[in-house]
Design a protein around this ligand. Structure first.
Ligand SMILES: Nc1ncnc2c1ncn2[C@@H]1O[C@H](COP(=O)(O)OP(=O)(O)OP(=O)(O)O)[C@@H](O)[C@H]1O
Length: 977
């Protein structure tokens, strides 16, 4: 089940045992206090130990953390704790992100008394009297920074809090660090200046970010399109806006909306006919636009223009699906490949009244015939026609179906479509659309036939109510991500990194290739001013690229009073020295007033911790932040400081959507902590998913159940540690083998951050195995084995549920924090395949006997298990060996029979047919001694649990009994008497 919750509609959590929960919470408080008092997670350089540096993308602090953030950050904590137990000196720092528009916009909304914004604040527990404070963006930063820290601490995250910081000018040393970074990038020629398309409010004269518009318009941004100019016989240019410029080769008419008003405008010296919206957008995208007149769409209908690439004389026709206030308001018609165009033409053909209404001669349609340009395997005929017919589109007003049809045709043709050589000639013919599209555009533009343009795919309104459009903002600063050398270094870094899961590596390569220059500054947002042009502040992704390096210094820089650091004296030379080793510490000391020794210590600290060993994030950041993280590291740092690892995971969803602060659909971490406590919440979060792109599934039922499971484990461990007997039996070997095998598997799963698998293997399966072990032993356990079980189970749980693990550790007489205890070594000598297999024969036998007894119901006085003759083991061994060579069971059997001594041939024939029927016995094969040992060891258990005497008799002794002859290694016969 997935979580269903939102601000307004709080979820009802499944019932929890409050007494147990309260016990767990007390334990949690106790250990959090102890960890803090002992500075357990404060990590300082220690050259005698290997280091491990883990990071979590600093969250944006416009609300409290929710279970989505908590899911991902828990994985970082689990890795940190696991690595610590493996003997690494682990640094897990945490900062907060405040850069960008959302906080400023939200504060503004509170100032304006926006009801929705105020409701959101109330829903997360802010009392009425406090709301006015949220008019100030700085208050948001301060308030939620504290809230995040509080929640993360109560969640038991093992963070070195001395390194906490937040972004923007509100934190001067961080701002200086960012300014240093951009100075370095500029010196390396990686920053350039140019224009950039933005969503623009013409009324308020400002950029409209996601947070400056009603929610339904979130995420809609400028899209690159092409305007193709069709010259009219009336002297006007008909500017057709298109996403598919390559299809101009099949444009057989032009569409206008007959009922709309168009403008006549002088655009860059030509006379155009265009919608008002388009004229505005062109004017804001570096074109000179002068309105000189107006014309009704219907007046344009029936005129003719020339297709600029084919030279065809084509008519202007009426269509109601054309929106004059979108794009240029004028559309070229490609009926072979565009479902709307096909439907529009069909309507005209079907309805003579329409032609009449606009005074059109029906003959005008004769020349308007679809021309096929692109071949796609799926479509034999005209793609648009086929899809329109298949979906049952009735007219151009059938919008829903037409949208679906358009999506289908466009995407199939884009990726799989091959351009027809007879239309596109040698240059493009025979090639895929996506391969040549750019070249086609380039060609059209260079011939003066087309121009590049930006527009919005659908209308977007500003919060002030005005309709926005795309404007090119000048003097924008860009990161030159298009630079080939920069890309090359990033690819090299990606090749060397570890990715969890491995399959995301290719995606990073693809993204690095895909990125073009990135506009890195914004106006009117919280952030750090660009050092050489302070009108601009660095936008939120651009300021969050190498800040992991800042963590290594934050210990000093965020505590200036402790180290005698004067923030105002921090300069680029300082960062050059401590982060790049450039310059002379003596002169840096003189300029900054920071003692030389301290500077050297900071440099050492950086060198000790860097690079980042593993950065763990939700998959949303793959496409942006994590790419930037790589790009900026390779630009600024030498190779030895490039990132070493990235781990990604899916999202915690709410009703199929990412749980998110901005969308407002969340369960707050603090609510969960209040209801279940930290360990049970952590248990359910860890159980929610593994590494990879699949989304997690936080189940409240699991959290409620975890309260019981953890409490019961605590009781069991504390009450049973040191108990048990000294007897050593076969089944002790078995359980020990399972224990160490589990440990081996769990160690691998932790390395891969598959936390769900850890709990499945390392908790649920192990607990089941223990239950069987005790049952098999008639309710007892071996003292040493039991001790090992309690220890290993608690150690396995420690990274996930550290508080209760500490409590058990202490209660079982261990002096050290479990968080500092070594991860147990896998004792390979204890892992015994044969023993595990032999025991599985017992399990199956036990189940089989139960089944048979159920059928018999009563009257059974004795159960005889028939131990197979030794030669049968040899025979099976021979079959198994040959089977793995030949791959054919029958051949393996007949070859083996040849080797059997003559007196056994008849019995071997019978055995052969049994193997044919039960080939699984080949997998169960163990030595006769091991099987014998397992069965003998189980006799008492079988007798006690089945309530009937059970004996193990050799096959030879029961020669007369036909059931006995069918006994098989791994599947001994059962005789009831
Ligand atoms: N629902 C979620 N499931 C898993 N991880 C998440 C979820 N939401 C955020 N994260 C992760 O938390 C980290 C910090 O991101 P942050 O809290 O700033 O989230 P965000 O996506 O910006 O905010 P929002 O909650 O508004 O979506 C990122 O690694 C992000 O992938």
């Amino acid at each position: 089940m997935s979580v269903i919750a939102s601000n307004n509609q709080r979820m009802k959590f499944p019932e929890v045992n409050a007494e147990r929960r309260d016990f767990l919470r007390k334990v949690e408080e106790k250990w959090q206090r102890r960890w803090e008092e002992s500075g357990l997670f404060e990590a300082d350089p220690d050259p005698s130990r290997p280091k491990f540096f883990v990071t979590f993308p600093y969250p944006y602090i416009n609300s409290f953390p929710h279970l989505g953030t908590a899911y991902t950050v828990l994985r970082v904590d689990i890795l940190a704790r696991f690595k610590r137990m493996q003997g690494f000196n682990v640094l897990f720092p945490q900062g907060w992100h405040a850069t960008g528009g959302p906080i400023v916009a939200a504060a503004l909304r509170v100032r304006e008394g926006d009801e929705k914004q105020i409701r959101i604040l109330k829903s997360i527990g802010i009392p009425d009297s406090e709301i006015p404070k949220f008019r100030d963006p700085e208050y948001w930063v301060e308030f939620f920074r504290k809230g995040f820290k509080q929640d993360f601490s109560r969640y038991g995250l093992s963070i070195d809090w001395r390194r906490e910081f937040f972004t923007t000018y509100l934190n001067p040393p961080y701002s200086k660090f960012i300014q240093w970074q951009y100075t370095v990038l500029r010196e390396k020629g990686l920053i350039t200046r140019g224009s950039h398309p933005v969503v623009w409010c013409p009324k308020e004269h400002k950029v409209v970010g996601d947070h400056d518009r009603p929610d339904e318009y979130a995420g809609i941004g400028p899209e690159r399109v092409v305007i193709i100019k069709f010259k009219g016989e009336d002297g006007l240019v008909y500017p057709c806006l298109t996403y598919r410029p390559e299809t101009v080769y099949g444009a057989v008419n032009i569409w206008v909306n007959p009922e709309s008003k168009y403008l006549v405008a002088e655009v860059d010296g030509e006379k155009w006919v265009i919608g008002e919206y388009g004229a505005r957008e062109l004017a804001d995208q570096d074109h000179s636009v002068k309105i000189v007149g107006e014309v009704k769409g219907s007046e344009l209908v029936g005129r003719f223009a020339r297709n600029p690439v084919t030279g065809w004389r084509i008519p202007v026709l009426p269509a109601y699906f054309v929106q004059a206030d979108a794009g240029t308001g004028i559309v070229m018609s490609v009926p072979a490949h565009a479902p709307y165009d096909f439907a529009g033409l069909e309507d005209l053909k079907k309805d003579p009244y329409l032609l009449e209404k606009f005074g059109l001669d029906p003959a005008i349609l004769d020349a308007v015939r679809p021309v096929k340009l692109i071949d796609v395997e799926e479509y034999g005929g005209l793609p648009a026609e086929e899809v329109v017919r298949r979906l049952g589109v009735t007219s151009q007003f059938d919008r829903e179906k037409l949208e679906e049809a358009t999506k289908e045709v466009y995407s199939k043709e884009f990726y799989k479509g091959v351009l027809k050589p007879e239309v596109f000639g040698e240059r493009w013919g025979g090639r895929k659309v996506f391969e040549v599209k750019e070249d086609v555009v380039e060609n059209l533009v260079s011939r003066g036939i087309a121009l590049r343009h930006y527009t919005l795919p659908s209308p977007v309104y500003c919060r002030c109510g005005a309709r926005t459009h795309v404007k090119l903002v000048k003097d924008q600063w860009f990161l030159r991500y298009s630079d080939p050398e920069w890309k090359r270094r990033a690819h090299e870094c990606i090749d060397r990194m570890r990715f969890v899961p491995e399959e995301v590596r290719q995606e990073f390569h693809r993204l690095v290739d895909w990125y073009e220059d990135w506009a890195c500054t914004h106006e009117r947002e919280l952030g750090t001013p660009l050092p050489w042009d302070e009108r601009w502040v660095l936008e939120s992704l651009s300021d969050s690229t190498i800040y992991m390096a800042y963590y290594t210094l934050a210990k000093y820089l965020q505590h200036p009073e402790k180290y005698g650091i004067d923030w105002s004296k921090l300069n680029n030379e300082f960062f050059d020295y401590v982060l790049l080793g450039k310059g002379d510490p003596g002169s840096v000391a003189e300029r900054t007033g920071i003692p030389k020794e301290l500077l050297e210590e900071m440099r050492k600290e950086f060198l000790y911790w860097y690079p980042v060993d593993m950065r763990v994030s939700g998959k949303d950041l793959i496409g942006n932040h994590l790419v930037f993280f790589i790009m900026h590291h390779v630009a600024i740092f030498p190779e030895e400081h490039w990132p070493r690892g990235i781990g990604v995971n899916g999202w915690v969803l709410v009703a199929g959507k990412k749980m998110s602060k901005s969308a407002g659909n969340f369960i707050l971490l603090r609510e969960a902590l209040e209801y279940w406590g930290a360990d049970a919440t952590r248990f359910a979060e860890a159980y929610a998913g593994n590494s990879g792109l699949d989304d997690g599934n936080f189940e409240p039922e699991v959290a409620s159940k975890a309260v019981d499971l953890l409490y019961e484990w605590y009781e069991f461990a504390v009450n049973n540690y040191g108990k048990g007997d000294e007897n050593r039996r076969f089944v002790d070997d078995w359980f020990e083998s399972v224990l160490y095998r589990t440990l081996e598997k769990v160690t691998k799963e932790y390395e891969e951050l598959n936390t769900k698998n850890v709990l499945v293997e390392g908790f649920f399966n192990l607990q089941n195995a223990y239950r069987w072990y005790v049952k098999r032993r008639g309710g007892t356990a071996n003292k040493e084995v039991l001790k090992k079980f309690v220890e290993i189970q608690t150690l396995i749980l420690a990274p996930i549920t550290p508080h209760i693990a500490e409590e058990i550790w202490e209660a079982t007489g261990h002096k050290e924090f479990i968080s500092r205890t070594s991860w147990p070594a896998v004792d390979k000598s204890k892992i015994k395949d044969e023993v595990e297999k032999a025991e599985s024969i017992v399990v199956k036998l036990y189940e089989d006997i139960q089944e048979v007894l159920k059928l018999k119901k009563s009257g059974v006085e004795r159960i005889t298990i028939v131990a197979p003759s030794k030669w049968k083991y040899g025979f099976l061994e021979g079959v198994k060996r040959r089977y793995s060579t030949y791959g054919k069971l029958s051949q393996a059997i007949s070859e083996t029979i040849k080797e059997v001594e003559p007196s056994l041939k008849p019995a071997a024939g019978q055995l052969a047919s049994l193997i044919q029927k039960n080939p699984e016995v080949l997998d169960l094969l163990v030595s006769p001694e091991a099987e014998q040992k397992a069965l003998s060891d189980a006799l008492e258990f079988l007798k006690d649990s089945l309530g009937v005497p059970v004996e193990l008799v050799a096959e030879e002794e029961l020669r007369e009994n036909p059931r006995a002859r069918t006994t098989l290694p791994g599947r001994p016969s059962i005789i009831l008497s």
